[in-house]
Design a protein around this ligand. Sequence first.
Ligand code: C2O
Ligand code: CU
Ligand code: CU
Length: 490
Amino acid sequence: MFNVTRNGLSVSGVQRAAMLTVMLSATPRSIAPALHNVSSTASVATETVASSFSSPAVLKNISSLPRTVEVTITAAPARLGLLPGKPTDVYAYNGTVPGPTLEAREGDHVIIHFQNNLPEPSTIHCHGIHLPADMDGSPFGLVPAGGHFDYSFTIKAGTAGTYWYHPHPDLRSEYQVAKGLYGALIVRADDDPIASIPEKLLILSDNRFLPDGSIDFPDSNSVQAEVDEENGREGNVLFVNGKVMPTLTIRSGEVQRWRVINASASRVYRLAIPGQTLLHVGSDGGLFEHPVEVNDILVASSERVELLVRGTGPPGSQAQLQALPYDRYMPQTRPADWNVPRALLSLSVSNATPIAPVSIPTVLRPIPALDTNTATATHVVVLSQGLINGEVMDMHRVDVNGKLGATEIWQLENIVGMDHPFHLHGFQFQVLDRNGVPERYRSWKDVVNIPKHESVRFIVKYSDFPGKWMFHCHILAHEDHGMMAVLEVK
Ligand code: C2O
Ligand code: CU
Ligand code: CU
């Protein structure tokens, strides 16, 4: 750990420096063109209700055994006040939206007693966790209405990161997530290099409501239903941990570690705090090798990011976490207000005296490269509108065969004019290149957004756990309509 200076470093500087003297600089050096019209917050779409920031409760560990996390999660209908003054009928995990956070450490044995008190089948899918196929909560493992299932698995070393859990029934994932079923899953490492930095969890979600407060699911023959089917369901009310535009307090000079989960069914967030840079330190599968300084970060549906955010303003000042415009859409169904930045959270610099900046390590953890020379197969996967390799999901078909223990390359080609965030179950991968341009730094990922007409190659090792694994577009409407397929590892 080292002292910091007041200078922000360039990305390449950050990556090369043996010692990092990072300060999240107060003035972004380069601003993407689209940002120029965001000169004042007056043009930002903001909901009016303010509340203070809070995180979901942490699931109670009922085990007394060492290195064991044993929890109970019940999914059931509930009536909650998501909007002021109006109750909403939801589905909730243990009675809250978002559900309580599952916290565990690398090496822990996790047991989840799942009770399904919904009027329909469901599952608990631990998105991004490397676990046995029969514990994956995929559509192959439906838990019937009223049924019970015990998920049990051991968290692998080196997989500390920010994950989340959600239902995964075939055809009904979008509905169940929209009704309120999602929660965070945080895996910690004993040797976390930034464990001393105060941490905040931000689960991003959006929803749409009818005037009476009920969740708006359009009539299946309506125009809105068609738009939802193409874009995925987006809502006009944006939540952080189930709250609209909460206020998070930071001290001047303080650095906070934010774990951000995009639990939205389709919305993509281009996160920024206008006027300051962010330090991007991790993604789906945990920390990077080195911090990377950025002006904004794209977080597609189901992706996660870890950021270091600094209170750059003087005591009493305010900043905003915003979602900047990002055009993922086909022109014909692009929302009219797609180019308006959206406010997500207000960051309030407290009146406490400024604190001395903490040092931030330059080296976070090693990410050993998967070697392309050892790859024994390349799978080409073509994404079109609602289809993978020209077909809709068939639970009885195997689409890709993988060899247990093998390292393989996947080449994903999006041949249509809208983005598809691609997700593989069970195994973290490393992006090799995008449109042939090598990825600038390594990270562990389980979701990669494939923009319109672009291609991405990643490399993955099926280190263990034979079985059938889903891969799909994580726009939940696309997944439900069949943009999902099966990898069999054996
Ligand atoms: Cu977030 Cu198939 O999962
Ligand atoms: Cu998943
Ligand atoms: Cu898609």
